[in-house]
Design a protein around this ligand. Structure first.
Ligand SMILES: Nc1nc2c(c(=O)[nH]1)N[C@H]1C(S)=C(S)[C@@H](COP(=O)(O)O)O[C@H]1N2
Ligand SMILES: [Mo]
Length: 395
C-alpha cells in the first residue's frame, strides 16, 4: 500500500482559520484554564493535612463552590481546546528551516514547547473528566499527578502567551474579519459576494465554540446546581440516593458489614491513655443539634443535607481534648483510602461540626455512614468520614 504524501501547511485551505480567530478562542481558553488552575490550587490546599495553615471554616459552601468551578471550568475548556487545536494544527506541517542553525533551533524549541503545552492540557482535561465521572482507568495517584502536570501546563501556557504576545496584539487590533472571497469556494454562477455562499463565518465558528462550551457546562452542572439537574445529561450524580443525598462509596464497597454497625457498635474517644466508650443510644441521648451542611466531593458533585447529631466539640470535652489539638478519625472501613482521616482543631471545634446520627429527618442509612459520621462545614467530601468508630487526639 502506498502511503499518502505528507501534506504541507498550504494544503489546509479552510477560510475560517485565521490568527484573529485563534487569538479569540485562545483568550476564552486561557480564562477557563486560569480559573481551573486557581481553583485546583485551592482544592489541593484543602486536601493537605500538614499545611502551615488550613482553609477557613467559613463560608460553609466554600469548597463546594471552588470545586464546582474547578470541574466546570475544566469541562468548559474541552470544546474550546478542540477548536483551538483545529485552528492551528496545519502549522505542524509548516516548513522547517533546515540548513540555517538559529532559525531551525528556534523553530524546534517552539514546537517542543507547544508539544508540552498540548500534551499537558490534554492530560489534565482527560484525567479530570475521567475523575469527575468516577472512572480511574490508571494506576498512578490521580491527585499528585494531576497537581504536578497542572504546573507544567500553566508554565507552558505562560511561555506560550509570552511568545505569541505580538501576534495576539495584532489579532486584537482589528475586529474579527470574515473570510475573503475565495474563488475556489464561490459558486460557479451567482453572486459570490453573499457570505452564505462560503459556509459558516468566523464569527459563527467563535460563537459556536463558546456555545458548545456553555452547553457542556450546563450538561454537567446539575452535579452541583440543583435546579439544573433535569437538563444535566452528563451529571454523574444528580441528587438521587438514599435520603436525598448521593452515595459515593457504599458500605459494601468499603467492606463495612451491617453486623459491625449493629447494636454492638461502640464509639471510642481516646486522649492518651484515657478512653471513653459510647453506644449509639448514649450518643442519641446527648444534646442533638441539626445543621444544614453540604457534602462537596472532589469529583465535582455536591448536595446539601440536614444533619442531626452530637456537636463534635462536646464529644471531645468528654476526654478533655485540648482545644488546639487535631484529631484522627478512624472508621469501620476495611479497605480503600480515607478509612482514616485527620481533622484540624479549627474544624473539629467549630459549633456546626457534628457527629451525625441522622440525615434529613431519618437515621443514617448504612451507605451514608450509619451509625455515625462526621459532617463539618467547608470540607472536601472525602474528609466527611462515615462509619466513625474511634476519635483520637493527635499527640
Ligand atoms: N469511611 C469513609 N468515609 C467516607 C468515604 C470513604 O470512602 N470511607 N468517602 C468519602 C467521600 S469521597 C465522600 S464524597 C463522602 C460522600 O458521602 P455520602 O456517600 O454520604 O454522600 O463520604 C466520604 N466519607
Ligand atoms: Mo468524594
Amino acid at each position: 500500500m502506498k502511503r499518502p504524501p505528507i501534506p504541507t501547511e498550504a494544503a489546509f485551505t479552510s477560510p475560517l482559520r485565521d490568527p484573529r480567530l485563534t487569538a479569540r478562542i485562545g483568550t476564552w481558553l486561557g480564562i477557563a484554564f486560569g480559573l481551573c488552575f486557581a481553583t485546583g490550587l485551592v482544592s489541593h490546599w484543602y486536601y493537605l493535612s500538614d499545611a502551615p495553615f488550613f482553609p477557613p471554616v467559613r463560608p460553609i459552601w466554600g469548597y463546594r463552590v471552588t470545586q464546582g468551578v474547578h470541574v466546570l471550568s475544566g469541562i468548559a475548556a474541552i470544546p474550546l481546546l478542540l477548536v483551538k487545536l483545529w485552528s492551528v494544527y496545519p502549522k505542524l506541517f509548516g516548513e522547517v528551516p533546515v540548513g540555517r542553525l538559529r532559525p531551525l533551533l528556534v523553530n524546534l524549541a517552539e514546537k517542543a514547547s507547544i508539544a508540552v503545552l498540548v500534551a499537558a492540557s490534554i492530560f489534565q482535561l482527560a484525567t479530570g473528566l475521567a475523575n469527575q465521572s468516577q472512572w480511574y482507568p490508571w494506576s498512578f495517584s490521580f491527585r499528585s499527578t494531576h497537581y504536578a502536570v497542572a504546573w507544567i501546563a500553566i508554565g507552558a501556557l505562560v511561555v506560550h502567551i509570552a511568545v505569541k504576545l505580538p501576534i495576539i496584539r495584532e489579532a486584537y487590533a482589528a475586529p474579527l474579519p470574515e473570510p475573503e472571497d475565495n474563488p475556489l469556494l464561490a459558486p460557479v454562477s451567482g453572486n459570490a459576494s453573499t457570505r452564505s455562499d462560503h459556509g459558516p463565518s468566523r464569527r459563527t465558528l467563535l460563537r459556536t465554540a463558546l456555545l458548545a462550551s456553555g452547553v457542556a457546562v450546563v450538561a454537567a452542572a446539575g452535579n452541583t446546581v440543583p435546579f439544573l439537574r433535569k437538563v444535566s445529561v452528563f451529571a454523574a450524580r444528580t441528587g438521587e440516593g438514599p435520603q436525598g443525598v448521593p452515595v459515593n462509596r457504599s458500605a459494601q464497597a468499603a467492606g463495612v458489614l451491617a453486623s459491625v454497625v449493629g447494636p454492638e457498635f461502640r464509639l471510642t474517644l481516646a486522649h492518651g491513655d484515657r478512653e471513653v466508650t459510647l453506644s449509639r443510644d448514649q450518643l442519641a441521648s446527648m444534646t442533638q443539634r441539626t445543621h444544614e451542611l453540604p457534602i462537596a466531593c472532589v469529583e465535582g458533585w455536591s448536595a446539601s443535607g440536614s444533619w442531626t447529631g452530637v456537636r463534635f466539640s462536646e464529644l471531645l470535652d468528654l476526654v478533655d481534648a485540648p482545644a488546639d489539638a487535631d484529631l484522627r478519625i478512624r472508621s469501620l472501613q476495611q479497605r480503600g483510602a480515607f478509612g482514616v482521616t485527620r481533622i484540624p482543631a479549627s474544624f473539629a471545634r467549630d459549633p456546626l461540626t457534628l457527629l451525625a446520627l441522622r440525615l434529613n429527618g431519618e437515621d443514617l442509612t448504612i451507605d451514608h455512614g450509619s451509625p455515625c459520621r462526621l459532617i463539618a462545614p467547608n470540607r472536601p467530601g472525602v474528609f466527611q468520614t462515615k462509619w466513625v468508630s474511634r476519635i483520637e487526639v493527635v499527640a
